[in-house]
Design a protein around this ligand. Structure first.
Ligand code: MN
Length: 288
């Protein structure tokens, strides 16, 4: 059974008391069973209060983040790597406190425009850090590294690279997080890439080519649904979308969200859920 989720930035740029109440309640009202809580700075997120809201509205949560240059675990500088590990440890605490089961996103490197190829030392630091993180996470939490486009990572741009990376780390609770928006830029074919990931696929982002409403851009969605069905995917499929209508000061800039692609998060989320459910069930998968 595929579980449908929605990214918190569809509702709010921050996670203060009113923002998180709005985000969790709206996710439930739009028919989702999962909300992905983005935590660029886990130390600033009240996970206990979030857990209470999740219980109240009957939702499950996942947690995602993108590391920053000063917390880049693929840095050559051990002090920078150590700061990155502190952030990741904090994120794991947030996942546990929210009773979640997935930590995903660009957690293997800084989410930024890299202007040089990654060095062997930087790659080794990323591999060692993911091995450490998976050990910290233990059996109950899946760690999923997101494959993103070349302007946001110089480590994992394709599924093929992610498979090799995951193999190198060698942890059973490490998986691949794919995102149609990024795949549409880097992969030769979306269905082929999903099939290549196979049972290592641990999380999936439904993101349109312009990061707006799904079905209104150039992502070949039938390939996505057919690929997920071909591997018998039974994890979470989360709708991720960004607009200048909802801004997080650092994250929105790191992702180059300069344009308004929508204003009404509720109309967007309801339509996106219907779009995903129709595509997935049409391909033969069951959704919750
Ligand atoms: Mn994504």
């Amino acid at each position: 059974m595929v579980q449908l989720g929605v990214h918190s930035m569809v509702w709010a740029g921050g996670w203060g008391p009113q923002e998180r109440e709005h985000a969790v309640r709206s996710s439930a009202e739009a028919g989702y069973g999962v909300i992905e809580v983005t935590a660029p700075d886990p130390s600033q997120l009240d996970a206990g209060a979030t857990r209470e809201l999740l219980r109240e509205y009957g939702l499950r949560a996942t947690c995602s983040l993108g590391l920053q240059p000063e917390t880049d675990v693929a840095s050559e500088d051990p002090d920078v790597v150590a700061r990155g590990r502190e952030v990741l440890a904090g994120a794991l605490e947030v996942v546990r406190a929210m009773e979640g089961d997935v930590l995903c996103g660009v957690i293997h490197q800084a989410l930024t425009r890299h202007t040089r190829p990654l060095s062997d030392l930087g790659r080794r630091h990323a591999v060692e850090t993911m091995a450490w993180l998976c050990e910290q996470a233990g059996d109950g939490i899946t760690v999923a590294v997101e494959v993103v486009n070349r302007y946001e990572s110089n480590l994992l741009n394709t599924t093929e690279q992610a498979l090799a990376f995951v193999e190198e780390v060698g942890a059973s609770n490490l998986g691949i997080h794919l995102d149609a928006y990024h795949m549409n830029i880097e992969e030769a074919g979306l269905r082929r890439a999903i099939e290549l990931a196979g049972d290592r696929l641990a999380y999936f982002h439904v993101g349109e080519s312009h990061r707006g409403a799904p079905g209104t851009g150039s992502v070949p969605w039938d390939e996505v649904w057919q690929g997920l069905a071909a591997i018998g995917y039974d994890g979470k499929v989360t709708f991720e979308s960004f607009s200048s209508a909802v801004v997080h000061p650092e994250l929105s800039s790191a992702l180059a969200i300069w344009r308004n692609t929508w204003d009404d998060g509720m109309a967007l989320a309801v339509a996106a859920r219907a779009f995903m459910a129709e595509g997935l069930t049409g391909a033969g998968l069951e959704v919750a």
